[in-house]
Design a protein around this ligand. Sequence first.
Ligand SMILES: Cc1cc2nc3c(=O)[nH]c(=O)nc-3n(C[C@H](O)[C@H](O)[C@H](O)COP(=O)(O)OP(=O)(O)OC[C@H]3O[C@@H](n4cnc5c(N)ncnc54)[C@H](O)[C@@H]3O)c2cc1C
Length: 451
Amino acid sequence: MHRFIVVGGGAGGLELATRLGDRYGETRAKRGKPQASITLVDRYPTHIWKPLLHEVAAGSMDPFTHQLEYAAQARWHGFEFQQGELVGLERAAKRITLGRVLDEDGAEMLPERVLEYDTLVLAIGSTTHFFGVPGAAGHSIALDTVEQAERFRKRLIAACMRAEHQTPEATAAAAQGSNDGAEPRVQVAIIGAGATGVELSAELRNTAQVLSAYGLHKLDPRHDVGIVLIEAGTRILPALSERVSSATAELLHKLGVKVMTGERVTEVAAGVVRTASGKDVRADLTVWAAGITAPAVLSRLDGLTVNKLGQLIVRRTLQTEIDDNIFALGDCAACEWPGHERGVPPRAQAAHQQATFLFRSLGDLLAGKPLPEFTYRDFGSLVSLGHFSAVGNLMGGLIGGNMLIEGLFARFMYMSLYRLHIAALHGYARMVLDTFAHWLRRTTLPRVKLH
Ligand SMILES: Cc1cc2nc3c(=O)[nH]c(=O)nc-3n(C[C@H](O)[C@H](O)[C@H](O)COP(=O)(O)OP(=O)(O)OC[C@H]3O[C@@H](n4cnc5c(N)ncnc54)[C@H](O)[C@@H]3O)c2cc1C
């Protein structure tokens, strides 16, 4: 039997392993012999769709109700799951090494293991790029994992609770220090006004309002919780069109988010963010959302070639440059996008398209047919601005123009991206049930997760 290993159970890898398992693996629903063995590897035991992390950080989504257990998904969809972090590759022997897995007390739970493959797919995503800015890694929180998002949420709630019980003298002293005498009691600085930074800033405004309603009555959500978005470029959402950028800037202004553009951050220290123009921005909490890079392990994988960002260079077939048996997809792959200066962008949409493409082309590989080439189709970009709004452009790359959409319809389209991911993992019928179940649960859950 052909042995497929997919490393990385994220937006792309989990969809691919699920579909390969359904088609070629051993499932209870299917009769007959399996045609291939499929193993999914991830460093964690559970999956959450990464674009939800800003909602987790803001407390508006409880990650534990949206996480998926890899082991259960494997059982339902005919693949095996192995928990462990990819640490090594031997291409000639077609083997990968997974590091030891430790439990919460530091005791070994799973030993180092070696797995053998015939075809390997690497889908290990990306990680935050701090660009070597002093203090950035130590004094700011990134949003790569559920743990980081949860850490931010807990610190935010603690900061708001402290502010609620601040003495009147301390409040007056803080106001004196500010230029306009109206210094917020809690200030969050978000560095990087790409989609993640913008979405988080809008979501936090909603969180502040809910917290004030949930007992922090002395906290004025608009004036006591300051949100500052700091961007080095000349406008927010630099990767999107100017129209989307200016429409979003207007909406953020209405939400009371302070936007600072053209400000390159040179240092992050305890309680302050410093910029190249000499500004010191007070920050009780700092989030770093200014860029991504590929996981470092990729540049140590037995000679596989990487680009400047450390992403694996792949051909249009998604095979790595020097090894036909190793494919890469999603954020960790650098794939050409014909007719565009830049390659395929690091987005969930691209990871999904590449997973769908690879599912078909790995079928061709099993059948001994030549492999097709991947073409990315840009269906537009949407940026969520809280629960009732989103803004973005749809079909831009397909119809050759920008169809700007905003408001509730845009929000609905934004949410449907996640629903499509759920449908890819569980099928359309279970996706509808899942949506209904979450809608029902919302009626008995707080609007912001407090503990
Ligand atoms: C807050 C936030 C909001 C976003 N919003 C959007 C959006 O609105 N629209 C959009 O299109 N994109 C959005 N993105 C980007 C999107 O999440 C990524 O492009 C997408 O998740 C990439 O999919 P992937 O499969 O390549 O990697 P990921 O989904 O990141 O999955 C990688 C997987 O690999 C695992 N892994 C990592 N290293 C190892 C290792 N060494 N060994 C084993 N396993 C490993 C990880 O645990 C993870 O499960 C957002 C990202 C963030 C952080």
